[in-house]
Design a protein around this ligand. Structure first.
Ligand SMILES: Cc1cc2nc3c(=O)[nH]c(=O)nc-3n(C[C@H](O)[C@H](O)[C@H](O)COP(=O)(O)OP(=O)(O)OC[C@H]3O[C@@H](n4cnc5c(N)ncnc54)[C@H](O)[C@@H]3O)c2cc1C
Length: 352
């Protein structure tokens, strides 16, 4: 099995061994068997957040294909292999609010806690009540509470300790309401014609999010080459006060009065700024790259796309060129968002 057939980037060499597990028991047994054999293991679901090496993966790839949604009022217990976007559509249709801004994100439910998926002012951590996991360290199954999941911006305990946890199911507590959670994202509020902080019908919010995302090539579409990506390739940097002041000084020196980097204060965690702003101001334009291979999306500076004949080596080379360019221009180290499989990220700007 070539992993390029299972990834949204359509990149990645062969798996030494491949199997699909469509029940929780099959997942647990497949993982245990691989651990007993001492072979490397990759748990894969929708393949929308991985950058797999051209050489492939020298071990077992277990694809999570479990299904099932159990409803109990506004609480849902969902099998890891359920596709995420149809679940959001179903919640909105049932009058359950809290995930409507996360419409259009590809991949599985079980992967959502891994990087605490987020978009348009909402994060999945806000509605997760428990994550049922297999702990590969001792083979036990637990229900982890949110405090144990270590959710942060685009990360979690699961992402920080790769390979230890296999997510089996996720429990969500939503709000029984036809109206959305308060809208926090100015671009979305504008599209809906409401103030930031207001609520709107969840169905309208979902539709507005999907329209905004399509405009950026952020909804998978076989007819749109800009969607052959892993979504945003870099996270937005979160800088401490001194580092942000240094960035402001560098940007003003380089760009003059236009050199004001976006700032979203994150309390005592510092200031979040925009990776797309840094990349554009460092001189990288939409569409930059190889029109037949790897190029920046024509719709969104943060997405690296495979135009058909790309390779992972070419993707990593372009990502490094961008990260090094941003570091040289602004002294900020960009960190990739997707998970690297069979190879590691490194750039002159630092190792993630
Ligand atoms: C067009 C596009 C738009 C995107 N937009 C967004 C966005 O707006 N916001 C956002 O946060 N992300 C976004 N993403 C990234 C991606 O869709 C999410 O991270 C998604 O949750 C990944 O799900 P997946 O099932 O495809 O995971 P995979 O790519 O299969 O796996 C990703 C990682 O999670 C691990 N993993 C997967 N399932 C499990 C499991 N059950 N147990 C343990 N580990 C597991 C894998 O080992 C791997 O390390 C986007 C991607 C694309 C292609």
């Amino acid at each position: 099995m070539r992993l390029s057939d299972l990834t949204t980037l359509r990149l990645g060499g062969p798996a030494a061994r491949y199997l699909e597990a469509d029940t929780e028991e099959a997942v647990v047994e497949a993982v245990a068997a691989s651990d007993r054999a001492g072979e490397p293991l990759l748990v894969l679901a929708g393949g929308s957040n991985v950058v797999v090496a051209d050489e492939g993966f020298p071990g077992a790839v277990v694809r999570i294909a479990t299904r099932g949604v159990a409803h109990e009022g506004a609480t849902l217990e969902v099998a890891a292999g359920e596709p995420w976007d149809p679940l959001v559509a179903d919640c909105v249709a049932r009058g359950l609010a809290g995930v409507e801004c996360l419409a259009g994100i590809p991949g599985s439910v079980g992967a959502t806690p891994i990087q605490n998926v987020g978009a348009y002012g909402q994060e999945v951590a806000e509605t997760i009540r428990a994550v049922r996991v297999l702990d590969r360290a001792d083979g036990t199954i637990h229900a982890l509470e949110p405090a144990d999941c270590g959710f942060t911006y685009r990360s979690s305990a699961f992402k920080r300790e790769p390979g230890r946890w296999v997510v089996l199911a996720v429990r969500f507590a939503l709000e029984a309401s036809e109206r959305s959670a308060p809208i926090r994202y100015p671009e979305l509020a504008r599209a809906l014609g409401v103030e930031v902080g207001a609520r709107a019908p969840s169905a309208d919010v979902r539709a507005a999010v999907l329209a905004l995302r399509r405009g950026k090539g952020m909804v998978l579409d076989p007819d749109d080459a800009d969607t052959v990506s892993a979504g945003s390739f870099f996270t937005n940097p979160v800088l401490d006060a001194d580092a942000f002041a240094a960035l402001q000084a560098r940007a003003a020196q380089r760009l003059g009065p236009d050199g004001r980097p976006p700032a979203w204060p994150q309390g005592d965690r510092g200031v979040k700024t925009s990776a797309a702003w840094l990349i554009e101001r460092a001189g990288f334009r939409r569409g930059y790259g190889n029109p037949d291979g790897i190029a920046i999306s024509a719709k969104h500076t943060l997405a690296l796309t495979n135009r058909g004949a790309g390779t992972t080596a070419e993707l990593v080379a372009l990502a490094r060129e961008i990260a090094d360019g941003v570091h040289e221009a602004f002294g900020v180290a960009l960190v990739p968002e997707p998970v690297f499989v069979g190879h590691a990220w490194a750039s002159d700007a630092g190792v993630a």
